[in-house]
Design a protein around this ligand. Structure first.
Ligand code: DGT
Ligand code: CA
Ligand code: CA
Ligand code: ZN
Length: 575
């Protein structure tokens, strides 16, 4: 049975292929599909039983798109989409992820140079052929070559961004959990460790009836090609080429199996060595003393039996966590339950916000937050921003809502745009009226590192800035972030008492965990935010927290774990 998510996935593919076909993301058709996708999301309720006419009644869905959605729901496919797929095979479409290669250029590269995939593109670059195409030159050719390297788009070791893999893994886990005889399911591997990109999805299932699980996996809607199937392991490829490995184990061995398949390999090796030092054997079935099982059912019991504190999955990278767990010196890690507020929220006041202020605030209150910052875009962000008058009106609305939420302080905030040279929106006096600000980069991604660093530091030094949002502006696997001198930047954050955001949007996860860990070492304050543009996005807090854990973040450095008064004192100290 198709779901709203399947329809959204179909529209996503249609958007990508139509952008190529029409040679522009601004084309009427592309925008129509995008609006329909947002409309379905905003609608929320199941649309799969709706008629074509009922579909067009949903805001954003036009007549032609409604017909395609109905066609997809009725037949499992869309003729137009199949046509586009035939014209643009996946290996070719993948090239459109490379910055600097717009649809027009991409089609030219194909028609003039016969490039069909990454290999062909690399060859064309190596032969210096790209530079001779219209509107291209040596500089753009070099830029594309560099983008390919930075995106890690290399043939067989190509990796999938976590934003694409995690939702799929969660769906699979839910589907497998529903099978009779299954007691536990966990996704493992790099995904559980919160790597930004994954080679594949590893799923471990505890069941006494492995056959039923293997059958379900082989027939799963996501399985477009079966790679191998056995009694307890099946691997398949999704339609986008991502491999999924599903393994079934005895419930009594679930802990040992998840520990093993979560890795990392280097973490496993360190644990196994520790077992050997105690005359024990550790493998995917358990921690064994000869024929006796010492521990195997839970990960916790295995760590305990090895005289180690429990190591949360995001820290299992063999970068000192085994030593720290041995000395009982792991950081007092921040956890989701510690979060007292979200400090980066958009409403439909922002051009790209899609839920009302009242809905966003109600949703936050439902999460039991003590404080919340509404941070719609400042005026410099063109169509998405708000001018002074609009902001002040917005402030009145925020203030008017406050009495309804006696347990939660609603801060009148702003996401300030960091300009090309580090300048910010409005003027200092107007900015000082905000209760809280997050300043972020949204453009000019190509400046050299010293300029970018100076640009950020100028913003950090501004007395009206409380925090820096999505530090590099990257989109994992799609757009490399700005280049920065991280040490200098972290020093400036400490010196000015500005917090560094860990943005929980799965395609951002910015600041990245390695930067976070360096920030933690220097005592930089951190703030974990969702950057929500819709009520459905508040749950991203979990991914921000996991990224913080991957960066070894202790709770006390995260300002939005602080009790209300302590947080408010810090936020207001600058005024
Ligand atoms: P990936 O898929 O490349 O993003 O990274 P992982 O870490 O998910 O690696 P994967 O899928 O090859 O294997 C999953 C886990 O299985 C890995 O994290 C640790 C464990 N594992 C795999 N091969 C070995 C091995 O040769 N030795 C040990 N000790 N563990 C292994
Ligand atoms: Ca894996
Ligand atoms: Ca694997
Ligand atoms: Zn934002």
């Amino acid at each position: 049975m198709a779901t709203n998510a399947d329809v959204a996935a179909m529209l996503t593919e249609l958007i990508a292929l139509t952008t190529l076909e029409e040679e522009s993301p601004q084309s009427f058709k592309v925008r129509a599909y995008e609006k329909a996708k947002l409309g379905i999301e905003a609608h929320g309720d199941d649309i799969t039983e709706l008629s074509e006419t009922q579909l067009t009644a949903i805001s954003g869905i036009g007549k032609s798109t409604a017909a395609k959605i109905r066609e997809y729901l009725d037949t499992g496919t869309v003729e137009k989409l199949d046509e586009l797929r035939a014209s643009y095979p996946p290996a070719f479409v993948e090239l459109s992820r490379i910055p600097g290669l717009g649809p027009k250029t991409l089609k030219l590269v194909r028609s003039e140079l016969g490039v069909e995939d990454l290999e062909g593109l690399r060859a064309a670059i190596a032969d210096q052929k790209l530079r001779h195409l219209p509107r291209m030159g040596e500089t753009s050719e070099a830029k594309i070559a560099r983008a390919i390297d930075r995106l890690g788009l290399t043939g067989k070791d190509r990796r999938t961004p976590i934003a694409d893999a995690l939702p799929m893994a969660k769906r699979l886990v839910a589907d497998l959990s529903a099978i009779e005889g299954v007691s536990k399911v966990e996704f493992c591997g790099s995904l559980r460790r919160m790597s930004e990109t994954v080679g594949d999805i590893d799923i471990t299932v505890a069941s006494t009836a492995p056959r039923a699980v293997m059958d379900a996996v082989v027939h799963h809607a996501e399985a477009s090609e079966i790679v191998l199937t056995g009694d307890t392991k099946t691997s398949f490829l999704t339609s986008s080429g991502l491999q999924v490995d599903v393994r079934v184990v005895e419930p009594s061995q679930f802990g040992a199996a998840t520990l093993y398949f979560t890795g990392s390999k280097a973490h496993n090796i360190a644990l196994r060595q520790r077992a050997i030092d105690r005359d024990l054997l550790l493998n995917e079935y358990g921690l064994l003393d000869g024929d006796t099982v010492v521990a195997s059912e839970t990960e916790e019991s295995i760590y305990r039996a090895l005289d180690l504190a429990y190591v949360p999955p995001p820290m299992r990278e063999a970068t000192g966590e085994v030593e720290a767990a041995s000395a009982d010196a792991l950081p007092d890690l921040v956890e989701l339950v510690d979060i007292e507020g979200d400090l980066h929220y958009h409403t439909d006041r922002s051009g790209d916000g899609r839920s009302s202020l009242a809905d966003m605030v109600a949703e936050a209150a439902g999460r039991d937050y003590r404080y919340l910052a509404i941070t719609d875009h400042g005026e410099d962000l063109a169509i998405n921003g708000s001018n002074r008058e609009q902001m002040l009106e917005h402030r009145d609305k925020i203030r008017a809502l406050q009495p309804r939420y006696p347990d939660m302080t609603i801060l009148y905030g702003c996401e300030l745009n960091i300009g090309a040279d580090g300048g910010l929106d409005y003027d200092a006096e107007f900015r000082a009226m905000f209760d809280y600000t997050v300043a972020s980069v949204h453009s000019h991604f190509d400046q050299p590192e010293p300029d970018q660093t100076a640009r950020l530091i100028r913003a950090i030094e501004d007395p009206t800035v409380n925090s820096i949002g999505h530090l590099t502006g990257r989109y994992i696997g799609r757009r490399p972030g700005i280049e920065l001198d991280i040490d200098k930047l972290l020093d400036a954050l400490v010196a000015n008492d500005v917090a560094l955001e860990i943005n929980g949007a799965l395609d951002r996860l910015d600041a990245a965990s390695d930067v976070v860990r360096r920030a933690v070492d220097r005592g930089v304050k951190l703030v974990i935010n969702t950057d929500s543009h819709h009520v459905s996005e508040l749950g991203r807090m979990e991914y921000g927290v996991l990224t913080a854990q991957r960066g070894w973040t202790p709770r006390e450095l995260v300002v939005n774990t602080w009790p209300h008064d302590e947080f408010m004192d810090w936020a207001g100290a600058k005024k």
